[in-house]
Design a protein around this ligand. Structure first.
Ligand code: NAD
Length: 436
């Protein structure tokens, strides 16, 4: 099939590449000319595991091409997928300007039947708005489909290739046929392709993200209770996760969720509830708890050093909002760094892939290290923010050798408490006793 993907971010580029991999002809469009030029030279513009080889192979096969020319891509394609940003507006609702302006631009470009697919995360009713925006210009028949994306950064290729489900919001039998064929290579069993109406598809994405965020905030509040009551959240997690009705995943206490999706999507769902005159009490509480969690973690560091904080050298392990990505959007690390800098702390950081993006945001306000041990040189404390695999089982002797003080604040509960005790660390983690 001939497909155009508009927007080549984490969703658009992964989608375009994976669709090309299964034999489609994909043209990716972006307004960022520099990014398009890079991709035309086979350079992946961001870090995403497993993407590069597929990307390069399909460019070489000419099944994956890049352009800034929207009209050319629309003309060439039957399916036009919008994978555009929907950032939060000031009032918390999703900003639809990227999606709707592109829909308006596409209208007059349609010269035969087309299927416009919305993959961006958008509030209920957006498919109707996109239809209206196109219809005011289009002279040909077209369909608008809501096809929210569930891939996770860090495992995006795998998620696209082996989706747990694909949600397609459409009432058109013609579109259903096309989508059954389009997604057939990614699922042996067709029941993972779920058709529904557009509005239900749109809100399904928000329901999924808000539910997952709720699990995280629930565990974070539970961790707060454990700290006060002398219980261990890791044991509680194991104790409840074995119940199939609860499930093992997303039960990790930490410093709260970040990233480009959960914060904005949870907020947008709350906003939707307000707009229709109600409120969504659980979702409001989830957001409050999430924000409080990073504040509580910061307080652990501030309280430990109390009046002596100014001038201390604090090392950071991890900057990205989660492992296996270079994405820093809404990363808790940025909040912690900014607050500690304001207290006069010197910060030196290491992240396997997110340092370039951090430098773009923070410049020389912090120092960057070449590896996870260099960052510890003379440090008064280590703060662990992202649970990259190479932080899980480090060389503790080398750490002790490098650090000025054996002090760790672990926002991801990476280490065993007894081990920390044996090694003589002050170790303050989440929802567990402090080792000192
Ligand atoms: P992104 O910010 O990584 O990428 C967006 C891309 O769109 C950028 O390359 C930008 O230059 C381009 N762009 C902006 N305006 C354009 C225009 N008018 N024409 C062409 N290109 C344009 O965004 P993302 O993370 O891929 O997210 C896209 C959508 O998918 C959002 O609605 C997001 O909520 C949703 N989503 C994201 C994820 C994720 O993990 N990142 C997962 C599921 C859904």
């Amino acid at each position: 099939m001939k497909i155009a993907v508009i927007g080549t971010g984490y969703v658009g580029l992964v989608t375009g590449t994976c669709l090309a991999e299964t034999g489609n002809n994909v043209i990716c469009v972006d307004i960022d000319a520099e990014k398009v030029a890079k991709m035309q030279q086979s350079i992946v513009p961001f870090y995403e595991p497993d993407l590069e080889s597929l990307f390069k192979r399909n460019i070489a096969n000419r099944t994956l091409t890049f352009t800034t020319n929207l009209a050319e891509a629309v003309k060439e394609s039957l399916i036009i997928i919008l994978a555009l940003p929907t950032p939060p507006s000031e009032d918390g609702s999703a900003d639809l300007s990227y999606v709707l302006n592109t829909a308006k631009a596409i209208g007059p470009m349609i010269d035969e039947y087309k299927i416009i697919v919305n993959k961006s995360t958008v509030p209920v009713g957006t498919a109707d708005k996109v239809r209206e925006a196109i219809a005011s210009f289009a002279r040909y028949e077209f369909d608008v489909v809501s096809n929210p994306e569930f891939l996770r950064e860090g495992v995006a290729v795998n998620d696209f290739m082996k989706p747990s489900r694909v949600i397609v919001g459409t009432r058109s039998e013609k579109v259903k046929k096309v989508f059954t064929e389009l997604y057939a290579p990614y699922m042996r069993q067709g029941e993972r392709l779920i058709f529904m109406d557009e509005r239900s598809a749109e809100i399904t994405k928000y329901a999924a993200n808000a539910f997952l965020a709720t699990k995280i905030s629930f565990m974070n509040e539970m961790a707060g209770l454990c700290e006060i009551l002398g219980a261990d959240i890791e044991q509680v997690r194991r104790g409840i996760g074995t119940d199939d009705r609860i499930g093992k995943q997303f039960l990790y206490a930490g410093i709260g969720y970040g990233g480009s999706c959960f914060p904005k999507d949870v907020q947008a769902l709350a906003r939707t509830a307000t707009e229709i005159g109600g409120d969504f009490k659980i979702v409001d509480a989830v957001m409050k708890t999430n924000y409080a969690q990073r504040e509580k973690f910061l307080d652990k560091v501030i309280n430990y050093f109390s009046a002596d904080l100014k001038g201390k050298k604090i090392a950071f392990w991890g900057l990205a909002f989660k492992p296996e990505t270079d994405d820093l959007r809404e990363a808790p690390s940025l909040y912690l760094i900014n607050e500690l800098l304001a207290e006069g702390v010197k910060i030196i950081a290491y992240d396997p892939v997110a340092m370039e993006n951090t430098e773009r945001l923070l410049g020389d306000r912090i120092t960057y290290a070449k590896n996870q041990y260099e960052v510890l040189e003379d440090a008064d404390a280590l703060v662990i923010v992202t649970e990259w695999k190479n932080f899980r089982n480090p060389d503790f002797d080398l750490m002790i050798e490098k650090m000025k003080k054996k002090v760790i604040f672990d926002g991801r509960n990476l280490y065993n408490l007894e081990r920390m005790q044996e090694l003589g660390f002050y170790y303050n983690s989440i929802g567990r006793d402090i080792v000192q």
